[in-house]
Design a protein around this ligand. Sequence first.
Ligand code: F6R
Length: 614
Amino acid sequence: MCGIIGYVGPRVARDVVLAGLRRMEYRGYDSAGVAVVSGGALHVRKKAGKIANLDTALESDPLPDTGIGIGHTRWATHGGPTDGNAHPHVSCNGRVALIHNGIIENFAQLREELQGSGITFASQTDTEAAAQLLGLEVAAGTDLAEAMRRVCRRLEGAFTLVAVDAAEPDRLVAARRNSPLVVGVGEGENFVASDVSAFIEFTRFAIELGQDQVVDVTAEAITVTDFAGAPAQTHPFEVTWDLSAAEKSGYDWFMRKEIYEQPRAVADTLLGRFNPDGSLKLDELHIPEEELRGIDKIIIVACGTAYYAGLVAKYAIEHWTRIACEVEIASEFRYRDPIITRTTLVVTLSQSGETADTLMAIRHAREQHAKVIAICNTNGATIPRESDAVIYTHAGPEIGVASTKGFLTQVAACYLLGLYLAQVRGTKFGDEIAAVMNELAATPPLIQQVLDSLDPIIALAHQFAEQRSVLFLGRHVGYPVALEGALKLKEIAYLHAEGFPAGELKHGPIALVEEGIPVFVVVPPQGRDQLHDKVVSNIQEVRARGAFTIVLAEEGDTEVEPYADVLFTLPRVSTLLQPLVATVPLQMFACELATLKGYDVDQPRNLAKSVTVE
Ligand code: F6R
């Protein structure tokens, strides 16, 4: 949500900034802008719509070549997506240009105060209040970094701010509170950005800014302080992936590429986390085993796809550990006054590590003295930094807005955590844990097998390209898979899609079934109580009412054949691990159908990749 980049160095800042904005397009945006400093003045271009509109504006009215610039892709909150509301915002005295990610909660009060003292506002944004305050400070002679600190002390809410001053052609300043910002450390050049993908082309060395810090950046120096001006501790890190991981590599969409990366992503998530004898080793879990043994409740908090991964995890964790496990949508969590004690373990799932709802939920949990373990894909992001321990998913950058490898690797990491807890607490024998672990370790080639057999799914997307409504059914861990299949279709193909527990259908939703409606059914492997047979009955129920049934069942399952209009066979895995193979065809169905409809699969309307506002 909102992409931010700033550059100081010998290159043409405009080009670096535009390239960075393109790499962050995946975050979601509806306007874009750039500002550079040259000849003692600010030069700003900004346009509603895609970066292509900004490119056109720059062609007719070019920016000067200069080594300092800032750029922004905006996802509208306060004020619509217009040219005027696009960032950067310039203070009315012409001194500073400023970009912002987040929400300034006390902007109305600041605006009123500033207007009262004669300041004219040019936009409806909350951001402009910060730009005006900063402009006043520097015009009064305050040093730029100190001016930024003073402004930050007056702001409430979440913000990343980056600013340049017309009178300082070699320097930019940035600040962060509750919103991401990383500094890219080059040789004789430096960067600031919302995420490393913006500057990975130029450097893999980065510094993660902490909460409430201001950074003063020139081509040669980076100085970090807290909001009071005291020198601050920073966290340098080296990015482990390279530019190719942030590019499409011949695929039409990042989403499709990321679907195909899943065998590797799951393998990397499992890598180094179990011993040859099948026992688990989660060295990064710096919570004493003693404490893990004392846990009497687990609460998983997450949003969207990550929440569905949490629903899968619940089945596995409860089965292996016998600890009660709740799963909660993060945005609901703290408002219901959840029962949390020192013996509650909160597990948070977040691909981006910046989701504001999830962040607020874990802060609430920690205030109540719960231990928090984050399962996250983004090194050094806010959520893992504010948790007691973290299990990184190692999926590589996920750029398509619709999460795919994020989901599979979150599920895989939850299995690791569940098995580890079972090991520590002794709720499973070592050989039982080893058996599951060995099966889990063997899943990447099976995911590949699914990827190699997706032709029938592609054909179905063509068959149903004009369809208005699609249903997904599952039971047990197949239920969250159904929810995830429906979410993928909603978000990228804009279809009415619903996921249901198959047994719940007769209590209402079956009324939605009409002649020809496609219904995907995730059938559990045979052999677990009557689960399989129940689902077979559910397929018959919808088919009897005219549904076109697309049945996902394990190979060799002949029992479902008579009831499947299309049968897609899944490799054999045990029930709890089935989401790792069953989700993949549903991801591809959505990706292909959205492609056929001509939609922007990687950047669906109204959505942002990293949702940094509550
Ligand atoms: C759906 C999707 C979202 C995210 C959700 C949480 O495809 O991507 O539902 O899963 O916004 O995001 P993270 O995992 O970054 O916290």
